[in-house]
Design a protein around this ligand. Structure first.
Ligand code: SAH
Length: 255
């Protein structure tokens, strides 16, 4: 792979607007003392994060050139060179922490699934995503963009769509608009059902989102008699977290 292609593959779109950089950093909750920045690049957010008092701050960056730049410009910064998707999030800080970043868009969903899996460690996420992904995550039931990540994340996080960012403030400009969202843990420790089965039910429901749940959930290969007919006649995109919890319990009670 040539260097240019390699960089493209890293989803590098550097933010050039200091006002927006500051606004993203200012969106952190006052109590975020442990912070991990994903993909700092040339440090446009980093330089505001580094100045926050009482902050235990790490960054993870996969691109060697960016890592060298960060070492040069911020000698005291703790830079982890590597892939966020392979990072052991439980070993990073002693307690829960915040994740921040202008994220590499090519791995947005994977970042969010990791947050979901590591919800006991990640208390907050403030980040820039491709606008469409941000909308999807923040969507509620009944919306066309409501999907797997909206349900899974909203089970454990309060999600806010903060603001939209135009293509023109990046170098190189991406093809799409961006948006900043914030996720804050909502205090739910455990769902009132088998969480593994809950995830399978949500995924199966949205896998064939145009179908009724009766058809979409068939792929689970589990008995559906315990689930009310009126629920099975609905589609996944109509259901709130609570209703997925109820379906999960109804399926489990018949096994
Ligand atoms: N935050 C910077 C850069 C954003 S571009 C800014 O706003 O200008 C996305 C950054 O994520 C790039 O620096 C890219 O090298 C880095 N990156 C891409 N994939 C990554 C991964 N898997 N783990 C860590 N960093 C990654």
């Amino acid at each position: 792979m040539t260097e240019v292609k390699a960089k493209k593959f890293l989803g590098q779109h550097f933010l050039t607007d200091e006002g927006i950089a500051r606004r993203i950093v200012d969106s952190l909750s006052a109590g975020s003392h442990s912070v991990l920045e994903i993909g700092p690049g040339m440090g446009v957010l980093t330089k505001y994060l580094i100045d926050r008092p009482e902050t235990d701050f790490h960054v993870i960056e996969i691109d060697r050139e960016s890592v060298a730049y960060l070492h040069d410009h911020y000698p005291t910064l703790h830079v982890i060179e590597g892939d966020f998707l392979k990072l052991d999030l439980g070993a990073l800080f002693s307690g829960a922490f915040t994740v921040i970043g202008n994220f590499p868009y090519n791995i947005s969903s994977q970042i969010l699934f990791r947050v979901f899996e590591s919800r006991s460690h990640v208390s907050e996420v403030v980040g820039m995503f491709q606008k469409e992904v941000a909308e999807r995550v923040a969507a509620g039931p009944g919306s066309k963009t409501y999907g797997i990540l909206s349900v899974l994340l909203s089970a454990f996080y309060d999600i806010e769509y903060l603001f939209t960012v135009p293509e023109s403030v990046f170098n190189p400009p991406p093809k799409v608009k961006s948006a900043v969202i914030r996720l804050r843990r909502n205090g739910v420790e455990r769902l009132a059902c088998d969480e593994e089965l809950f995830v399978r039910v949500v995924k199966a429901g949205f896998n064939q989102r145009r179908k009724t749940l009766r058809n979409a959930l068939r792929q689970l290969g589990l008995p559906l008699e315990g689930v009310a007919d009126e629920v099975l006649a609905k589609r996944a995109e109509q259901l709130a977290v609570e209703e997925f919890v109820n379906i999960t319990n109804a399926i489990q009670s018949c096994q």
